[in-house]
Design a protein around this ligand. Structure first.
Ligand code: NAD
Length: 254
C-alpha cells in the first residue's frame, strides 16, 4: 500500500472511532500502563519494562511483611521518587475533556499513578488501587502520601506503629470491591469500550473489555502494538501512541 493509502486508512479509522463515540449513549475507557508511557512512566512488561530492572517480589504481600525496609527502599524509588514526578499527558487530558463533554461515562484504570484524576477526570474506577495513599494494614487508617515522611522507611502508622503499605494491590491481593463492581456494571451496559495501552495480560482486569464485547459493545483499541485484545475483542485498532491518537480523535470529535 502507498504512503497515501496508509494515511487514508488511518484517517478513515479515526473518523469511524469518532463517529462511534459520538453516537454512543455510554462509553467506557479501559486504560493500562501504556497511557502513562508518554508521561515518562514505563510499563511493567516489555523491553523497557520495570520488571527488567526491579524484582517483582517487592510487591508480594508476604515478602513485604517480612522485609518491610528492603521493599520500601525500592517502592519509594519506583512509585514515589519516579512516578511522583510524572505529569498527565495529552491522552489523559483528552479523556478528561471527553467526560466533561458528556461523551465518556467512566474510566476503568489498571494504573495506580493518579494521573487520570490529576488530568481532571471525575469518574475513575481504580481497579488496582492508587499509590497516592498509604494504608495501615492493622487499623485500616489511610494517609495521603504527602503527609507521610518517606525519608524514614518503612513508614509506620502513627496510631499503632504498624507498617504502612501503598494503597494499591500487591500480587495475590483482591481487587477493591467497589471498583470491581462498578467496572463490570458499566462494562455490561456500555455501547463503546475504548481500550488504551494495555497488554490484556492481567486478570481479572482484562475481563472488563471482554464483558463489554460480550454485551454488544463496539471495542476500539489504541496501542502501538498488538495486544491480547487485538485479535479477540477489538473491532477497530488505532495503531499508535496514546497521546497522538487521542489528540487526532479529539480533533475529529469536536
Ligand atoms: P503492561 O505493562 O502489561 O503493557 C503496556 C501496554 O502499553 C503494552 O501493550 C504496550 O504495547 C502499550 N504501550 C506502550 N507504549 C504506549 C503508548 N505510548 N501508548 C499506548 N500504548 C502503549 O500494562 P497493563 O496491561 O496495564 O498491565 C500492567 C499492570 O501494571 C497493571 O496491573 C498496572 O496496575 C500496572 N502498572 C501501572 C503503571 C502505572 O500506574 N502507570 C505502570 C506500570 C505498571
Amino acid at each position: 500500500m502507498t504512503i497515501f493509502g496508509k494515511k487514508q486508512v488511518v484517517k478513515e479509522k479515526i473518523a469511524e472511532a469518532a463517529r462511534r463515540i459520538k453516537e454512543s449513549a455510554c462509553t467506557l475507557a479501559f486504560t493500562g500502563a501504556g497511557i502513562s508511557v508518554e508521561s515518562g512512566i514505563p510499563p511493567f512488561r516489555g523491553k523497557h519494562g520495570l520488571w527488567n530492572k526491579y524484582d517483582p517480589r517487592v510487591l508480594e504481600l508476604d515478602y513485604f511483611l517480612d522485609h518491610g525496609e528492603e521493599c520500601w527502599y525500592y517502592i519509594r524509588e519506583i512509585f514515589y521518587d519516579f512516578f511522583g514526578k510524572a505529569q498527565p499527558n495529552p491522552a489523559h487530558l483528552a479523556l478528561a475533556r471527553l467526560e466533561k463533554a458528556g461523551l465518556l461515562a467512566c474510566i476503568v484504570t489498571q494504573n495506580i499513578d493518579n494521573l487520570h484524576q490529576r488530568a481532571g477526570s471525575q469518574t475513575v474506577f481504580e481497579f488496582h488501587g492508587n499509590s497516592s495513599r498509604l494504608v495501615c494494614l492493622v487499623c485500616q487508617a489511610s494517609f495521603p502520601v504527602e503527609k507521610v515522611d518517606l525519608q524514614k522507611i518503612p513508614p509506620r502508622c502513627p496510631h499503632d506503629h504498624s507498617i504502612l503499605k501503598p494503597d494499591f494491590i500487591f500480587f495475590g491481593e483482591g481487587i477493591p470491591p467497589d471498583a470491581y463492581h462498578q467496572a463490570f456494571e458499566h462494562a455490561a451496559r456500555c455501547e463503546v469500550c475504548l481500550i488504551v495501552g494495555s497488554t490484556g495480560e492481567v486478570v481479572p482486569a482484562s475481563y472488563v473489555p471482554v464483558t463489554a464485547k460480550q454485551n454488544g459493545a463496539f471495542v476500539i483499541e489504541i496501542n502501538p502494538e498488538a495486544s491480547k485484545f487485538t485479535h479477540s475483542v477489538t473491532d477497530l485498532h488505532l495503531k499508535g501512541k496514546a497521546g497522538e491518537v487521542m489528540q487526532a480523535l479529539e480533533r475529529e470529535i469536536f
